[in-house]
Design a protein around this ligand. Structure first.
Ligand code: MEV
Length: 311
């Protein structure tokens, strides 16, 4: 029996623009985890996956077609990469990562599942191989993913990410404390990414301009994170990044309100994180203020809050 896990992720700066080649900054978020336990099954029973949310059992057959189901697809990609037939094995999923919450739930489940299956086959996948297989599953979930979610979750390190390039890590010059809040509203990233794409194609000058502004802001944010006393300036950049995301139509009245509540209760800055229109937001705070900012967010309707430290 093997249990493998993978963390959630939080995007600090640059979501959506990263799909268009601009940089983004993201970190793993270990408070939320997907887990997969692999248990040998009786001879001849084949490979089954028991879902986390619904407990439904899926049977994995060797197949050449791309299935609609991301879990089956993830398993088939591993079997194909390792040139193996489906083993007699049960993969049981557990996850406390909100689905459609901007936390990379799909990528985390794929990573845990692929780790468990490849280990059970005696051929654990390297980080690079795993990352490229998870990216294929992300394409099924999201259509045109940048690859940031799978990269942060596979390598479990903060990254400065540019699509198609090797991810860079960076120095955190000052310890950063974030309150992370879930709106409780589940939104498909495929939908928000698709909507931004349609806007971009309709008016490239305008939306391309916003995307480039986000890119320039992310470069500044990186140097501030590497500096030693730039909390206020970094908070301001979060506010500006949120406004630019609103201009891309991926915020919501609830996200705007919760970000305003975080700022009014003393956060340096706040922004939506991930695909938007729901999902989660992050607020940069002084550690002392974290409990009161969290309480204010919950009072204003956030479904859950957590703390995230980056140092
Ligand atoms: C989703 O976590 C981040 C987006 O930028 C999409 C992507 O990068 O694939 C919205």
């Amino acid at each position: 029996m093997y249990t493998y896990s993978a963390p959630a992720k939080v995007i600090l700066f640059g979501e959506h623009a990263v799909v268009y080649g601009e940089p983004a900054i993201a970190a793993p978020f270990a408070a939320l985890q997907a887990q997969v336990t692999a248990t040998p099954a009786p001879h001849g029973s084949g490979l089954s996956i028991i879902g986390a949310a619904n407990g439904v059992t899926l049977h994995v057959l060797p197949a050449n077609d791309t299935p609609d189901n991301a879990l089956i697809y993830a398993a088939q990609l591993v079997l194909k990469a390792l040139d193996k037939a489906p083993p007699d094995l049960t993969l049981e999923l557990r996850s406390n990562i909100p689905i459609g919450g901007g936390f990379g739930s799909g990528a985390a489940v794929s990573v845990a599942l692929m780790r468990a299956l490849s280990a059970a086959l005696g051929m654990p996948l390297s980080g690079e191989a795993l990352n490229s297989l998870v990216y294929k599953v992300e394409q099924l979930h999201h259509g045109t993913p940048s690859g940031i979610d799978n990269t942060v979750i596979v390598y479990e390190q903060p990254v400065y990410f540019v699509r198609g390039k090797a991810p860079e890590t960076f120095r955190v010059g000052m310890p950063l404390t974030f309150v992370v809040a879930d709106t409780g509203v589940s939104v498909s990233t495929r939908e928000t990414v698709g909507d931004v794409r349609r806007l971009y194609e309709r008016d490239q000058a305008h939306y391309g301009g916003i995307i480039s502004e986000i890119g320039a802001l992310v470069r500044r944010a990186r140097s501030m994170i590497e500096a030693s006393d730039a909390y206020e300036a970094l908070g301001e950049l979060m506010d500006v990044n949120h406004d630019l995301l609103r201009a891309l139509t991926v915020s919501s009245a609830q996200l705007d309100h919760l970000c305003a509540v975080a700022r009014e209760s003393g956060a340096y800055g706040a922004k939506l994180s991930g695909g938007g229109r729901g999902g989660c937001l992050i607020a940069l705070v002084e550690p002392d203020l974290a409990p009161s900012v969290s309480a204010a967010l919950r009072k204003a309707g956030a479904a859950q809050t957590w703390l995230m430290r980056l140092e």
